[in-house]
Design a binder for this molecule. Sequence first.
Ligand code: GDP
Length: 525
Amino acid sequence: MELTQQQEVDRRRTFAIISHPDAGKTTITEQLLLFGGAIRNAGTVKGKKTGNFAKSDWMDIEKQRGISVTSSVMQFDFEDKRVNILDTPGHEDFSEDTYRTLMAVDSAVMVIDSAKGIEAQTKKLFQVCRMRGIPIFTFINKLDRDGREPLELLEELEEVLEIDSYPMNWPIGMGKGFEGLYDMYHNRVEIYRPDRYDGERLIPLTEDRQLSREHDISKLSIFDQVQDEVELLLEAGNEFSEEKIAKGELTPVFFGSALTNFGVETFLETFLQFAPKPEAHKKVDEERVDPYSDDFSGFIFKIQANMNPAHRDRIAFVRICSGSFTKGMDVTLSRTDKKIKLNNSTQFMADSRETVEKAVAGDIIGLYDTGNYQIGDTIYTGKDKIEYEELPHFTPELFMKVTAKNVMKQKSFYKGLNQLVQEGAIQLYKTYLTEDFIVGAVGQLQFEVFKHRMLNEYNTEIIMETMGSKIARWIDPEQLDEKMSSSRNILAKDRFDQPLFLFENQFAMRWFADKYPEVELKALL
Ligand code: GDP
C-alpha cells in the first residue's frame, strides 16, 4: 500500500554519527548497514586500517549495491523506518562540512571508545549538536577490550560535556571478562558468548530484576555485583525522561562492541524508537515550515567539488525540509529569487546514478551544480518565499597566508578567492594593516581542496604559507587599539571588516585577557 506523504515523513530518521577518529564509527556504521540490508557482508572494512581507508571501502560497498547514495548519505530501511545516516568525515577529512552536516540531521549518535572516554573531536562535534538542541544518543564502544569503569565514563559525560546520562544497559564485565549486557531498558540480559552458557542470547528478567530461572550466568559472582550496581543506578541515577532526551538534555547511553557486533542491534532498535522524525524547520523570520506542507523546500548544507579535472561539476547537498521532491520540478533560489529547473542535473548521490523516485522531508538529495548555489541557500516551490535560518560559521583553527603565484593572474585570483569564500569552501581574512590574505579552515583538507579548485576552476596557481593553528577571537571594533597587537597575536579583519585576533596559543590569549580585561573575546561557535 502506498504511504501518504505524512506517513513517509514520519518514518524518516535522519542522523549523524559523531566521534573522534578510531572510536569505531566506520565499524558501527557498517553494522547498521548490514542490519538494514544495505550491504550483504562485513569484512570489507575489517583488517585494512589506514587513515583514509574508509573512503575507498565505502565505494566498494556501494559497488556491492544496496545503498542508494554514496558515503555522504547512506539510506536504508529497517523495520518500518527509513534511515538516513549522514557521514561526518573525521581523520584528515575533517572540515567545516563536518560541522555543517550536523545542521542537516535530526539527531546524533556519539560513539565513544571505552578505553579513551571523551576525546577532542567528539567534544567539538557534541557542542554543535548541543547548540542545536537535538537529541544525542551515546554508544560506548569496544567493551570486548579492557576500558575505563562504566561509572567513570558516565561521570565524564556529565562533567566534560555537561549532559545528563541515562544508562539503557550496563556491561557485565569487560575485555576478556566480558559476559554481556544487563539491559535495564528491556529488562533482560544479553549474553556475549551464548555458546559458553546454555546457548541462549537473550534472557528475560523478572519484574523484580531477577533471573527467571536458574541460569549458568547466575553462578558468576560478577553478575551479582552488576545487579547491585544496577540497583544503585536505578535508585540514585537520573530519571528516564523522553522529554529531556528530545531536547538533548539527557543522553541515553548504550554499551557494546561494534567489532564483534554485540549490542548494536539492540541499540539500533531502541535508538529508532526514540530518535525524532523530521520536525518543522526554522526560517529567518523565526517561523517554522510544516514538513508535511505540499510546497517543497530545503537548504544546502554542503557543496562537494569534483576533484576530477575532467568534471568540474559540484554537488550541492540539500536537506529537504518540506514537501516532496520530483525530478524536473521548478524551484526558486531564495537568495537571488531565480528560478531553477531541477532537471536531469538532479539526482541522488547514487553510485549507480539512480534518479530519485521519491524524496520527502528528512531526505537528502544531491544537485549537480555549475555555480548556482552557496552553502546555506534555500530552494523552494510555491507562492510564499521561504528562507531558512543562516547556517552558523565555525571558528577556524588553521590558517594560511595565500598569494597568487603569478602576479599577472591577480584578477582570476580575486575572483576565485571571492567565489570560493562565498560558496563557503573556506574563510577569508586580511591582516589588519597590510591587508595580506589569510585563509582559515577547521581542517587541513579544506586548504587542499581550495588550492586544487583555484587551479582547476580559476586557472590560478596559489602559494600558501602555513601559519599553523591559531585561536581566533573577535573583538568589538570600538575597543580596538592597535597597541593590542603583539608578537604573540596577529590582528586581522574578516570579510565583513570586523576585527579579530589570531592568538598563538591559549597562553597568549590568557595573557591578552589579563592585560585587557575590559575587552570581550568572542568566538564564532
Ligand atoms: P572510526 O575512525 O571511528 O571510523 O573507527 P573504525 O571503525 O575505523 O575503528 C577503529 C579501529 O577500532 C579499527 O581497527 C576497528 O577494527 C577497531 N574497533 C572498532 N570497534 C571495535 C570494538 O568494538 N572492539 C575492538 N576491539 N575494536 C574495535
